[in-house]
Design a protein around this ligand. Structure first.
Ligand SMILES: C[S@@+](CC[C@H](N)C(=O)[O-])C[C@H]1O[C@@H](n2cnc3c(N)ncnc32)[C@H](O)[C@@H]1O
Length: 283
């Protein structure tokens, strides 16, 4: 039997053990990047074969928690792709302002930087009081950091540069309190944010969202899982709701393509289409 095949069997068994014992479903993650991360975990755990991780997964919950941390790529930053946030401000926020109350879902929010960026944007638009933000991730430890809202000053320097490129209206330092080498984001940015664990591969839709932001998450999923998540988003969005993906993510070949019109092709901002099968395109 080829060692490649043996490795595939080991990976399948390992992912199955994770899913059946804990409900963490990594079975439809893109295999090449998943394999790189599993290889790193195998080295770090000091075992020769991936199958040796299975007893640890089944009998040691703390090992499983560390594994989830290592398997999820949590790289993020505030105002990541500053131009995306400028597009959001000019093309989406004015339309959202026409609603009395707005619900926004950040799916795969990692350690929270994207969500604080949104809260800052909404505050500067004088609109934050009418918005509820749901910030979710599969990774509990990331969510803990997100909720705490404390980042290193080294990172803050990078975030400040992004904020300036985005065209922020204030000084970024207005939004945090610095102490020693760390910065804590202002409490009032958190007031309309609910952080909670949610697994896009296995959990249910969030109802009546006006805007869903899921950037740099589906890039790690295979085509089937991408389609499943896009269906979940479609079920979660209101009629004419907006959806934003990462710049390397696409709906081009998905089952959902027809459901959306492009608001910004470059920055992957979409809006649910008027239905064509109803009189005057209205339903
Ligand atoms: C690279 S980060 C992206 C963070 C942020 N959206 C951004 O663009 O900067 C990807 C995040 O997706 C999360 N993630 C991976 N699989 C997930 C799943 N099945 N359900 C929910 N979140 C998931 C990871 O835990 C990680 O925090």
């Amino acid at each position: 039997m080829s060692s490649k095949l043996t490795e595939q069997i080991e990976v399948d068994l390992l992912l199955d053990a994770m899913y059946r014992n804990y409900g963490y479903d990594f079975r439809n993650y893109a295999r090449s990047s998943l394999m790189r991360r599993l290889d790193y975990i195998r080295h770090k755990s000091g075992v020769s074969h991936l199958s040796e991780l299975i007893p640890l997964i089944l009998h040691d919950e703390s090992f499983m928690n560390r594994l989830v941390l290592d398997l999820s790529v949590t790289v993020t930053e505030m105002f990541r792709d500053p131009e995306f946030f400028s597009e959001l401000r000019s093309k989406v926020i004015p339309l959202l302002k026409t609603y009395p109350f707005v619900k926004i879902w950040h799916a795969g929010c990692a350690t929270g930087e994207e969500v604080y960026s949104m809260a800052i944007l909404l505050q500067e638009e004088g609109f934050y009081n009418r918005v509820q933000i749901y910030a979710t991730d599969i990774n509990q430890e990331s969510l803990r950091i997100a909720e705490e809202g404390i980042y290193s000053l080294e990172n803050i320097r990078k975030f400040t540069a992004n904020y300036n490129k985005f065209g922020g209206q204030a000084s970024f330092s207005n939004y945090y309190f610095a102490k020693y080498q760390m910065a804590k984001m202002n409490e009032n940015l958190k007031k309309n944010i609910v952080f909670s664990q949610h697994n896009l591969a296995t959990d249910h839709a969030f109802g009546d969202m006006h805007l869903i932001i899921c950037r740099n998450v589906m890039i790690y999923f295979d085509r089937d899982l991408q389609n499943k998540v896009l269906r979940l988003f479609n079920d979660s969005l209101i009629h004419r709701g907006f959806m934003c993906l990462g710049s390397k993510e696409s709906i081009e070949f998905s089952e959902q393509r027809e459901e959306y019109e492009d608001i910004s092709q470059k920055w992957r901002i979409f809006r649910k289409q008027l239905r064509r099968d109803t009189p005057n395109g209205l339903d």
